[in-house]
Design a protein around this ligand. Sequence first.
Ligand code: FES
Length: 114
Amino acid sequence: MTAESRKLCTLEELPEGGCRGFSVPTSSGHEDIFLVHKNARIVAYRNSCPHTGVPLDWVPDQFLNLDGDLIQCSTHHALFRIEDGFCVSGPCAGQSLTPCPLRIDNGGVFLVLR
Ligand code: FES
């Protein structure tokens, strides 16, 4: 049996270097997540800063620092590695974003629901 999943976007809609947020309907409400496409890899995390739990984006779909090499929280500017969500700087240094499982299938990016 395959796990239930929700289509987020197509690969064309998330070019290299891009990031995008989604509010995904689930059986218990919705889950706010975001995607980052970097170095030919797509990762997903819950849109919730480990410091206070607020969303990370300062305007919709803005999750990266100016150099585009780290995820940045807009509230107190914590910085997280894109590849594993580990916080390298800021008030929650040493903590991590919560990863979300993805499936890439037939040109689409899908969130796998738990
Ligand atoms: S809420 Fe993200 S760094 Fe404080």
